[in-house]
Design a protein around this ligand. Structure first.
Ligand SMILES: Nc1nc2c(ncn2[C@@H]2O[C@H](COP(=O)(O)OP(=O)(O)O)[C@@H](O)[C@H]2O)c(=O)[nH]1
Ligand SMILES: [Mg+2]
Length: 503
């Protein structure tokens, strides 16, 4: 379970698995601490990557998970609703389980709410499998969150974080509260995930932005307000040390877009015909919107208002007035304005595509620290194991992707400091903004091969020239960039040769 057969296993993972197998083969027979540790590491390599959604209670974690997947799955609410974790993973068919028992989606909604079900159900975990594209790269875990009035929530949240490879920290205000800062410090100290977290494995999401929209200043985009707040958060040391970035999202708009149907569209179309001034005046609160003199029944307006928030209603009606004329189109346009597409793509590029690198790096770090002193009295036997272990450690040195990932990690956690434009070029070349050759060169997808090749050659020459600088920090980044451009030139040339040869 949790494996994703559609995705090819990367070469680096195969090499790491082989290197671990070679150590295991040379171990003296019988159980030992070393054997058990290596078995566990090999198992971690085979397993799916897990990303935990964590933060304080009622910050919008479950809403974010629903919005990311584009599905209405988990119960949400202003109370501490979530009382046990939910694991969401990729599967061809939708199957939901409460512990081992298969349940329906309606049962899930009721059972995942503390008020309608709660701890007395004895359920320890929900497992939700389905064909959601976002989950092709990693499993997601929704957690109860820290700081609710229920002690068990904290320990259950922590237990999930310990198993996670990466964390999405959900925040809801520009000024980290003392509790939020404390949670981030706990993550950084290594209580979260399978080791101390750093920007390579942790990013922040700022939620609850719909409420920042005001009908008096309808042009003000809450995502822009959120972007300013996000920068403010990153000025605080707890956040800067730990988070790659803080992403502002309107997850309620995203979740509403995902569940938009023909009836909603028809009602929003009617509402968009009302005078803009009247509509705006009603959008001060959901209750006002429900009670106003407007088309569509008051009950339906209340329901739409709760789902879309006043900001979402304003957006949807504006889009329809501007010519959006189908459910599909409205869904896409609303999703685009929720900030979720950028977050999804960063999750894939930063975490998903690198899941094997993340895992292999961690295995290498762990295995390099292993000690063979007590393993066997036989020096020859110990030598065989030691040299096999060294092959695991050498993986980072010998593998282009791992070496690049190592530089990226050191850049993010502040061990490497280089000028920002160099760091930016490196992150782009390393695939942080997309894995295609054009993405890595910051060119449009339709760029002709000849231009891709010329650009890559130019950049390669420029990075070689810059290698003459003496700053050792910059040199390791430049070397990684140089190797990446070499690889790109090789790729583009191969592609050109194949295409220009004819069939
Ligand atoms: N305006 C706004 N409200 C949100 C957002 N996310 C969640 N909420 C509301 O905040 C409440 C708590 O959300 P929930 O996802 O249950 O929080 P959790 O405890 O962190 O899982 C819910 O009633 C949501 O309707 C958001 O992005 N914007
Ligand atoms: Mg929740």
């Amino acid at each position: 379970m949790g494996s994703v057969p559609e995705l090819a296993v990367s070469a680096v993972r195969v090499r790491a698995e082989q290197a671990l197998a070679a150590v295991l083969e040379r171990l003296p027979a019988g159980p030992s601490v070393l054997r058990r540790t290596l078995d566990l590491e090999a198992e971690a390599l085979r397993g799916a990557m897990t990303v935990a959604v964590a933060g304080m209670v009622s910050t919008g974690k479950s809403t974010l998970v629903n919005a990311l997947l584009g599905a209405d799955l988990l119960a949400t609410g202003f109370r501490p609703v979530t009382y046990v974790p939910a694991l969401l993973l990729y599967g061809d068919l939708q199957t939901i389980r409460a512990d081992r028992k298969v349940i329906t989606i309606e049962e899930l909604r009721a059972l995942s709410d503390r008020e309608t079900a709660g701890p007395q159900t004895g359920i320890r975990k929900f497992e939700i499998e389905g064909p959601w594209p976002a989950l092709r790269w990693f499993d997601l875990i929704d957690t109860p969150g820290f700081g609710s009035a229920y002690d068990a929530d904290d320990s259950r949240t922590l237990a999930e974080l310990v198993r996670a490879d990466a964390v999405v920290a959900v925040l809801k205000t520009a000024n980290l509260s003392a509790d939020e800062a404390a949670v981030l410090r706990r993550f950084q100290a290594g209580e979260g995930a399978r080791g101390p977290l750093s920007p390579i494995s942790c990013l922040g999401v700022l939620t609850m932005l719909e409420g920042r929209w005001q009908p008096e200043t309808p042009e003000l985009d809450p995502l822009r307000v959120g972007e300013r707040d996000a920068q403010q958060i990153m000025k605080q040391p707890e956040a800067a040390r730990l988070l790659l970035r803080v992403f502002p999202v309107c997850s309620m708009v995203g979740a509403a877009a995902a569940t938009l149907d023909e009836t909603d569209f028809g009602d929003l179309e009617e509402l968009s015909k009302a005078p803009v001034r009247v509509l705006l005046k009603s959008l001060i609160t959901v209750e006002k919107f429900g009670g106003a003199e407007l088309p569509v029944s008051s009950e339906r307006r209340l329901a739409l208002g709760h789902r879309f928030r006043p900001y979402g209603i304003h957006l949807a009606c504006g889009l329809i007035r501007d010519g959006v004329d189908s459910v599909e189109q409205l869904r896409t346009e609303l999703d685009a304005r929720s900030g979720l597409p950028e977050l999804r793509s960063l999750l894939v590029n930063h975490f998903g595509r690198r899941r094997d690198l993340l895992k292999v790096t961690r295995v290498v770090t762990r295995v390099s620290a292993l000690n063979t002193d007590d393993l066997s009295a036989d020096a020859r036997e110990r030598f065989a194991v030691d040299s096999a272990l060294r092959r695991v450690a050498d993986l980072v040195r010998d593998d282009q992707d791992l070496a690049e990932y190592e530089v990226l990690t050191r850049l993010y956690d502040g061990r490497l400091v280089v000028p920002e434009d160099l760091a930016q070029e490196f992150r782009r070349a390393a695939g942080e903004h997309g894995a295609s050759v054009a993405d890595r060169l910051n060119l449009t997808p339709s760029t002709p091969l000849a231009v891709l090749e010329a650009t890559a050659l130019d950049r390669l020459a420029a990075s070689r020239d810059s290698l003459l600088v003496l700053d050792p920090h910059a040199v390791s980044v430049l070397r990684a960039i140089e190797r990446r451009y070499e690889l790109i030139v090789h790729r583009v040339r191969t592609a050109r040769a194949l295409l220009e040869d004819g069939i």
